[in-house]
Write a protein that binds this ligand. Sequence first.
Ligand code: PLP
Length: 435
Amino acid sequence: MPADRLYNRSSDIIARDEALITGAMKYRLYPFSVARANGVYLWDADDNEYIDFMAVGGAIAAGHAHPKIRRAIESALDDGIAHPLVCYNHQPAVDLAEKLVDFLPGRFETKVWFGVSGSDAMDFLAKVVPLASGRPRLISFSGAFHGMTIGSGGISGHAALSKPIPNGHITKAPFPNPNNCSWGPCEKSGCSLKCLDFLEKEILGILSPPQETAAIFAEIIQSDSGEIIPPANYFPALQELCNSHGIWLILDEIKTGLGRTGRMFAFEKYGISPDAFAIAKPLGGGLPISAVIGRAEIFDADLYTAYTLGGSALPCISALALLDVIEAEKLVDNAKKMGQYLVSRLNKIADTEDMIAEVRGEGLLVGVELQHKSNSPESISELTAALARRCFENGLILLAFGNVIEMTPPLVINQDQIDQALAIFTKSIKEVGRA
Ligand SMILES: Cc1ncc(COP(=O)(O)O)c(C=O)c1O
């Protein structure tokens, strides 16, 4: 640990955590015990300061402890309206549902479902869609991450995050990955969409016939597989394919939605219109809430699926405050501008640091892919984890998956704060490179 940092109280809490809380719910790259947070900064239990480029995996949009969101929560508590939605109704959920349906571009009757996490939203969709359509099969993508429940894990295809969950009625299609295409190499801009031909001929043609296939589930950017951005022509063509077979297109906007990619929703980039999509992570302004917005006919299936605290008044009020802040502070525009600045600064760093193979991302969802300097004995994922740890030791919190460092700061970040974080990042690269 650097000499200017003390970790006495943190070490104690970390030891107690290790003794009692199961590793099944931990993805830890460094020993951090968070005590408080404000804006884009975090402090540990020993009062060391960190700049937050993780933001709870992209779940903090308006920054930590935003005053408008705090005030909304405090006044809701004063009114004593922390009620659930299942057994009686309350205005905050109706107000929120009315705002959310406007986000779906399709011209059809729309409804909303509320839960408490991204996983339960995708789980609900995996359950309801076959019932609503009368078609038993689903298609999703290799490399996708949709959550940790049995249902959302079943539609996931992530090597590390969804490995123990078999599901015979779900067929995995190859995700269009310009950097690792089985039919490549191809031009990113002029992709010939061989993987979509495969989906049409092999998957719809043989394994999962259209008349038995209810929906195709997708993330617009596969973030947990390393910020994989498909070629520009993929999603419009996928939507056309879905339309031609009466198959619903269901999108997971849990990480990308609500401004993260420099658009309110990542699907806007392609001019497409999903039949339903899920949001969660940032929606509650720090409180747990998820929502599915979609065609009314999907929700009108004969199915009761509710969680006691799904759509509780308190997170609905917090979500309404968050939506106001996103609009009033133009956070979608800020994500776009600051994302461009972050990527251009990272590309400059890459010019001199050969540990960086590629910088990619949209808005403030940015991945930095690493590569080895020649003849290093450690694996590339060990190197990536070592860099994340060194960044932490130098005061920068971020995530790493495989060989990609992920940067998802709160959408309120400014240029000076990005410069501060990148000074730590560059220092850490040099230190890890020398080690
Ligand atoms: C794209 C995506 N979908 C679903 C989930 C699951 O959300 P939650 O962790 O809120 O259950 C995540 C979480 O990382 C995610 O990134």
